[in-house]
Design a protein around this ligand. Sequence first.
Ligand code: ATP
Ligand code: MG
Length: 725
Amino acid sequence: MDVTPILDSLNDRQREAVTAPPEPTLVIAGAGSGKTRVLVHRAAWLIDVEGVSPQGLLAVTFTNKAAAEMRHRIEALLDMPVQHLWIGTFHGLAHRLLRRHWREAGLPQNFQIIDSDDQLRLIKRLLRNLEVDDSRWPPKELQWFINGQKDEGLRAKNLHDDGDPQRRQMISLYREYETLCERGGLVDFAELLLRAHELWLHNPELLAHYQRRFGHLLVDEFQDTNAIQYAWLRLLAGDAAVPFVVGDDDQSIYRWRGARVEHIRQFQKDFPGTKVVKLEQNYRSTATILNAANAVIANNSSRMGKNLWTDGADGEPIRLYAAYNERDEADFVVGRLRDWIDQGNLRADAAILYRSNAQSRVLEEGLINARIPYRVYGGLRFFERAEIKDALAYLRLISHRDDDASFERIVNRPTRGIGARTVEEMRQYARANACSLWRAAGALASDQLASRAANAVLAFLHLIERLARETAGLDLHEQVDHVIHGSGLIDFFKKDKGEKGETRVENLLELVSAAKGFEPGLAEEEMSPLDEFLAHAALEAGEGQADAWEDCVQLMTMHSAKGLEFPLVFLCGMEDGLFPHQRSVADPQGLEEERRLCYVGITRAKQVLYITYAEQRRLHGMDSFAQPSRFIAEVPAEHVEEVRPRVQVARPVRPMRPSAGAGRRPVDAASEAGIRLGQRVRHRKFGDGVVLNCEGQGAHMQVHVNFETAGTKILVFQYANLELM
Ligand code: ATP
Ligand code: MG
């Protein structure tokens, strides 16, 4: 009966959404109900049945990986390639537009994208230059402030200090930061979105052109759009385009990055008469897993509320394992993975999810020892590794001499006798003359610097000029190869004996392979392959490491697992303080967001779910005792089976009262000072708290205190003036 195979394997509601008339449509539904599937089929339907040209569609996904997957699935449904279809993340699409229309966007043609590390370094330098006390104005806070404002669509000139001197200073630093980026042709992630929005605002004809072109806008994970993304979309939609968005309010997990679930309601106001479709059947998980997820999320008060059911089997109970510490946890996970693989399952069908990137290291060690191939998404990403950033900084400087961040990174790397004092002189000169460090270096080397320093600086400038000359006209990978050798980086790291140096050299060589395999995709935007590669490195860091399709276990944070599904899932580190995260427990909104993240985590599992926690954990070099996550207690007991209960320590499934596990371990240095684990203390600034751990001896002894309002702090006991209570 179906006109087209596009409608096969859809339920009635899904079909209704896919074939909806060309009017604004909102699909709102729980995890695993087929929202992404509906979006893919809608795109295929529009092209195949409604005769819409692929050029007339714009699809927004949450990760580049999801974008590639979506294109692939649409092509499979249509049985033809659709290269003219614009699919990407908000950032990716904004970047594409800015490359095309750099002039209208007020950017230099070879503008560079900086990631958040680069941005932080730039901010630190700015504060140094302006002689701002960075203990009063922490760089991270300024970064947070700037990005937060940009996410709301606000530039420094749009902000008012309301007579607050603190705010006045933040705004003025924001303005200085803007000037610095402007001068260096640097664009941070938030700026991509803001510029793309301003591109619409300042160029009505351009906007009209794109409004005519994109008659259909398709958006996945709509609940996690922030203000500037929504505003961009809203403008692009205009009065004529048909927005078709899918999302789940229970999976909004990026509030901390400015995402606003309220946009779901805003959408219905902005597009009156929006057709709302609800999907309620879950096709992903066993009934046990689904019911557990439903029970957990039911504890949230701010929900749109919906029903999710499955006609699938109950499946196996959720297995809960209380590990003694993080190593025991890793051993347990590895053991279960071994069984899974031995039973003939694919490694790639198993995922280990955790709250914080730092948790991956111990798990990775376990996997390496067991020789189980794995891949980490996010975390220490290839393009974020120090040596790779060094090499990229050379390449950037070759392409763009005024890129100060890159200049600073490599001016004395490998070491070439340019000391901190010389660099400081350059900074001062640059500031006084409002020019880049590159120009400052040139000017200073020719007259003001002492001759030794001047020679060193000149040698550096000549090196960059020479590398630029020698690489002109070479293929991209030859350029990269030439630069990692010609810059001296390879020799520099080769001297670094031991495994670390070796890995760094390997990584640099891997960069050549990455360049070789790189396929320029924006040729129409008239970028050099090198610039495009550099943009790619900044923009797509972390996604798509090499060998994406090798059969290996998948490791990632719960945040990056959004939208994905796996037959076997481990949720690790389910401990209060880690998950829910320490900084959220005291804030009801924050706690609800953590719970949504837990819902996302649980609903990634199709057949088998393990939940693990450690009673004692060393993370960031610090030991702590923890209680099982309160979310564990929210899973109805009938769905849970405890694995191998141990006799020696009590491990209640329900969270214990705070500090019940503390005090188990005597700490000598501490007891001398009258401090013991679990001891209540008072600090002048941070208030009341509980001692979690003590490290070191005598004058160096550090105490880790969990303060009721200020969170966990590490204090040097000698100076902390703690009052014992
Ligand atoms: P999430 O909220 O996690 O992003 P989602 O709502 O986007 O989930 P999908 O990923 O589209 O859900 O679908 C979940 C799983 O259910 C997929 O494996 C999908 O292929 C399958 N599925 C969806 N609809 C159907 C259907 N009508 N028949 C069979 N399988 C389906
Ligand atoms: Mg989805």
